[in-house]
Design a protein around this ligand. Structure first.
Ligand SMILES: *Cc1c(COP(=O)(O)O)cnc(C)c1O
Length: 433
């Protein structure tokens, strides 16, 4: 553990400075650039369990978990071992492999809405394909999304898309033609009346509603009681599809995702992150009748050279196996609750207004005095204070997502000692904010 005084990031600074000449903003994905917390990211060297190490040798307790996949802890020995065995037989076949059946069966058994699944290489890809499928199946073009929900970087979803865009302060992205988003309607999260109104104003034209059933991309925002049930009812009444984007929440909120936890079954579900166990995987699935519209079973084209490759499937299979062990989700929930209860108490002690939330291995802390039910609420947070908090924690060896509008993640590798150290650091930092 690094003490605040010894914190040195010379190597990170040099590598990132070179990176900026080589790649836009120095990164391969925008939020990594630490834009909203001072713009100097930490360059990683190694990850293991609940800890990460940077190129200057600093060690951190990690609450980003490579943005969600690392729920068993980084580089879990059983995942690594299985990967080595698969690797010896090659990395990509471009032909069917038996591991696809294994992972497909696991996903189908776990996720209530999924009877059939298609594997892709990222959550973005899964969401883009799902949108096409919603339209192909219903013969309608319009879709409803929610302000602050992120469904990957596809054109049609870059309307009020939450964290990455919010952090950069871009209300939308240049290069997305009006035509691409003209059929995307946006409503405030947790606002059923707004959804009803959109259906009334666009009769017979809405293919479906897509959402994060627990939002992670506005920071952590849970659904209000009755919100998911209400959406299920409105979509069914209007012959439209309900789609849960569980790329983040799948196998995290519970083994069967948010849909299992809340007992609301959508028509289609997108997955990613955890099901790839740290390798690039996404998936979409749902009722057989809908999925059989996808080529080659049906006419809707969607394809991928590396989709379903044995390496990525293996990492997913091993990760899900680890998550099937008894008591896993209770452990995640208790540990995360200890963290968020502690953070709330510490914030109050030092006179900082915070809104803190947690379900299972997902949590959030907003520096605001109002409860957060929507992206509008999240935006009332004190971003300057968050930036100082983030920096203080980083200097004390705690790695948090570098944006107020990202959720935090815990893993099975996090220990009581990790949580205690984190709370001790938070106590110091909050005292100085
Ligand atoms: C991360 C995320 C995506 C995009 O997945 P990528 O693998 O980054 O393309 C889509 N939807 C949600 C809810 C996500 O959290």
């Amino acid at each position: 553990m690094t003490s605040a005084t010894a914190f040195n990031t010379t190597q990170s600074e040099e590598i990132f400075s070179n990176a900026k000449d080589l790649m836009p903003g120095g990164v391969s994905s925008p939020v990594r650039a630490f834009s909203s917390v001072g713009g100097q990211p930490i360059v990683f060297d190694k990850v293991e369990g609940s800890h990460v190490w940077d190129v200057d040798g600093n060690e951190y307790i990690d609450y980003v978990g490579t943005w969600g996949p690392a729920i068993c802890g980084h580089a879990h020995p059983e995942v690594i071992k299985a990967l080595h065995e698969t690797l010896d037989k090659g990395t990509s076949f471009g032909a069917p492999c038996v591991q696809e059946n294994v992972l497909a069966e696991m996903v189908i058994n776990a996720v209530p809405s999924i009877e059939m699944v298609r594997f892709v290489n990222s959550g973005t890809e899964a969401c883009m394909a799902t949108l096409r499928l919603m339209r192909a199946y219903t013969g309608r073009d319009k879709v409803i999304k929610f302000q602050g929900c992120y469904h990957g970087s596809g054109d049609m979803f870059l309307v009020q898309a939450g964290s990455g865009v919010a952090t950069l302060g871009l209300p939308d992205s240049p290069g997305v033609p009006k035509a691409a988003t003209s059929n995307t309607l946006a409503a405030p999260y947790n606002d059923l009346e707004a959804v009803k109104k959109l259906f009334e104003d666009n009769p017979g034209e809405i293919a479906g509603v897509i959402l994060e059933p627990v939002v992670g991309n506005s920071g952590f925002v849970p659904p209000d009681a009755g919100f998911l049930e209400g959406l299920r009812e409105i979509t069914a009444d209007n012959g439209a599809l309900l789609v849960f984007d569980e790329v983040m929440t799948g196998f995290r909120i519970s083994y069967g995702g948010a849909q299992e936890k809340f007992g609301v079954t959508p028509d289609l579900t997108t997955l990613g992150k955890i099901i790839g166990g740290g390798l690039p995987v996404g998936a979409y699935g749902g009722k057989k009748e809908i999925m059989e519209v996808v080529a080659p079973a049906g006419p809707m084209y969607q394809a991928g050279t590396l989709s379903g490759n044995p390496l990525a499937m293996t990492a997913g299979i091993k990760t899900l196996e680890l998550l099937q062990r008894p008591g896993v989700y209770e452990q995640l929930d208790q540990m995360t609750k200890k963290l968020t209860d502690g953070l709330k108490e510490i914030a109050q002690k030092h006179g900082h207004a915070v809104s803190v939330g947690q379900i299972s291995a997902m949590f959030g802390v907003f520096f605001t005095d109002r409860p957060v039910h929507s992206f509008e609420d999240a935006k009332t947070s004190d971003l300057q204070k968050f930036a100082r908090y983030h920096r203080g924690m980083l200097e004390r060896g705690i790695y948090l997502a570098p944006s107020q509008f990202e959720a935090g993640f815990t893993s099975l590798a996090h220990t009581d000692e990790d949580i205690d150290k984190t709370l001790k650091a938070a106590d110091e930092v909050m005292a100085s904010l």
